[in-house]
Ligand binder design. Structure first.
Ligand code: NAD
Ligand code: 0WE
Length: 264
């Protein structure tokens, strides 16, 4: 029996086989969880359905959800409640800023609109989805998980306003954890090292960043979505019942280094 057997999870943020959310779904399925999914738009629907089938999950539990739309968020939980009377786990694996925000110097790139969109999609959406999930999480020892990046804490060139949005997301995790702890609900984040996903593929010089991450990490390599999925499964399971409000690094140790190695 897996350590998530009997748990019901909603996973938000699958866009491809390379998505971090896909690695999380695979680990959840392996550990015995039942999984429902959302997809951002019709373009991504078939990919999410295929993943649900591959993981032997009920493909009827795949719902459209653009997280910038309150009506779509509400509809997800209305629909989900028709099949499930409760929810144990919510995974938020969503981040977005307009492309132009992620190029060049911060001061030159940032705009009021770019700031608003980045914070809405990447941070507020965690609070919005949590509000929607709460009624189904009552009396469950439920867990909520978000995905962040170290640029919330230390400057990474070109990440720009997304760094501010991730700082806001990490604070959102802490405020939700403090607020919902009395209801037995835990809220945590994973701070992942760079992974070549769709969101990363569009970034100029991403290959160089992966190379740097290899060189700069104690393990001398990058992390896989399977490794992130395993930590996600742990944090959302009763094995982690004493952990809340925390940001756990899954980055091959890169964040502890003040200087890179000079090898070969
Ligand atoms: P991805 O492109 O596979 O996933 C990003 C997801 O965000 C997609 O599923 C996309 O549909 C969704 N999304 C964007 N805007 C949305 C909206 N308006 N409504 C609903 N969904 C929306 O990329 P990923 O790398 O797996 O990203 C997942 C999370 O991991 C993000 O929060 C990202 O910031 C974080 N992260 C990624 C890395 C990395 O290097 N890839 C590192 C650390 C953290
Ligand atoms: O969180 C991310 C990616 C976030 C992201 C990616 C895109 C690309 C396409 C947000 N918005 C968009 N908008 C688009 O139009 N990561 C942690 C991966 C990432 O992105 C970077 C990185 C790293 C690492 C951008 C600049 C520098 C480093």
């Amino acid at each position: 029996m897996g350590f998530l057997s009997g748990k019901r999870a909603l996973i938000v943020g699958v866009a491809s086989d390379r998505s971090i959310a896909t690695g999380i779904a695979a680990a959840f399925a392996r550990e015995g969880a039942e999984i429902a999914f959302t997809y951002q738009n019709e373009k991504l629907q078939s990919r999410v359905l295929k993943l649900a089938n591959r993981l032997e999950q009920n493909a009827d539990l795949c719902f459209p959800c653009d997280v910038s739309d309150d009506d779509e968020i509400e509809a997800v939980f209305t629909e989900l409640a028709k099949s499930w009377d409760s929810l144990d786990i919510l995974v938020h694996s969503v981040g977005f800023a307009p492309r132009e925000q992620l190029e060049g110097g911060f001061a030159a790139a940032v705009t009021r609109e770019g700031f608003k969109i980045a914070h809405d999609i990447s941070s507020y959406s965690l609070a919005a989805l949590t509000k929607g999930a709460l009624p189904m999480m009552q009396g469950r020892d439920a867990a909520i998980l978000a995905m962040t990046y170290n640029a919330a804490v230390q400057v990474v060139p070109n990440y720009n306003v997304m760094g501010l949005a991730k700082a806001s997301l990490e604070a959102c995790v802490r405020f939700l954890a403090a607020d919902l702890g009395a209801q037995g609900i835990r809220v945590n984040a994973i701070s992942a090292g760079p992974v070549k996903t769709l969101a990363a593929a569009g970034i100029g010089g991403f290959r160089k960043m992966l190379k740097y991450a290899q060189k700069a990490s104690p393990l001398r390599r990058t992390v896989t979505i399977a490794e992130i999925g395993n930590v996600a499964a742990f944090l959302c399971s009763d094995l982690a019942s004493g952990i809340t409000g925390e940001t756990t690094f899954v980055d091959a140790g890169a964040n502890i280094m003040a200087m890179t190695f000079d090898e070969d």
